[in-house]
Design a protein around this ligand. Structure first.
Ligand code: TA6
Length: 285
């Protein structure tokens, strides 16, 4: 197994197939690339800002301690999606050879001061990335190292690369409670698979079934989840994508879909000294 480091990135690749690899930007511990046999599986904006000045538009941004923008409570002073994706993470090294596994860590001392003071709690995050022939598993361990309890939300904000948004569907979301940010409504998800023909921005709550992303009717990605019961589906479509200065190319919405495993429909309470863990496993089919 190969582990290559630069000042800003860590790239791991399989001995059995060096063209199967993952590249992680230390800023935000943001996965920028996941290749299977040399084929890129994630979408990254051509205008993604990678100089640590902003969250990365694409790959797998990490959301902690809040999903979205809170208007009240302890996270209300934080920017949208919290500070994990805005902070420099430490590369902790390799922990396993098979699957090839590496870890990254974040504590309050590394969070930019303005953000750390906006959420003054002690914590330790350990982010684990395991790469195998056709799968990528990302795991998050959240430890409360404070003397007081605090609440958090966490989400893997995965931008999947797809051939054509007009033929993509997400299965496994039927009969769940949906909070729809576009229609500003709440409803029960229909039985049909979720397709994209306009802007979609929905939280599907407590999704028990396995989730699959299909392309042209064929399974394209499988998404297995442990302890991240909610699934966010987002595609900015035309208007919202042109409103994002770091979203490129303009037609990029046609080759991406965010299907995001998270625990965001409620607050997770964590007692002092406790550890909360969750993971997603993405498989290219
Ligand atoms: O996960 C969906 C979402 O919450 C959308 O509402 C949209 O805001 C997207 O995240 C991107 O957010 P960002 O802060 O990265 O521009």
């Amino acid at each position: 197994m190969a582990i290559e480091q630069t000042d800003t990135t860590v790239t791991i690749s399989l001995d059995s197939d060096p063209s199967t690899s993952v590249t992680v930007l230390l800023h935000g511990a943001n996965v920028l690339s996941w290749k299977v046999g040399g084929v890129e599986k994630l979408w990254l904006s051509e205008k993604a800002i990678l100089d640590s000045s902003k969250a990365v538009r694409g790959g797998i941004p990490l959301v902690f301690p809040v999903f979205g923008k809170a208007t009240e409570g302890p996270t209300a002073a934080l920017p949208q999606h919290g500070f994990a994706r805005l902070s420099p993470w430490e590369f902790l090294g390799k922990t396993e050879s098979s699957p090839l596994t590496v870890q990254f860590g974040l504590g309050p001392e590394s969070v930019p001061a303005a953000l750390a003071s906006a959420w003054p709690y002690d914590f330790t995050l350990v982010y684990t990335i395991a790469l195998s022939e056709t799968s990528l598993k990302t795991s998050m361990s959240v430890e409360n190292t404070s003397t007081t309890a605090w609440d958090f939300q966490v989400l893997f904000h995965t931008y999947f690369r797809i051939p054509d948004v007009s033929t993509v569907a997400v299965t496994g979301l039927a009969d769940t409670v949906v909070k729809d940010k576009v229609s500003k409504s709440e409803y029960t998800a229909a039985a049909a698979d979720v397709t994209i023909a306009a802007e979609v921005d929905r939280v599907y709550e407590n999704v028990a079934a396995p989730v699959t992303i299909t392309s042209a009717g064929k399974p394209f990605f499988a998404l297995e989840r442990t302890n991240v019961d909610d699934v966010v589906v987002w595609n900015p479509w035309t208007k919202a994508s042109t409103n994002m200065g770091d979203f490129a190319p303009a037609e990029g919405y046609q080759t991406m879909i965010c299907v995001e495993a998270g625990s965001v429909s409620k607050w997770n309470a964590l007692q002092p000294g406790s550890i909360w863990e969750a993971s997603q496993t993405m498989t290219a089919l």
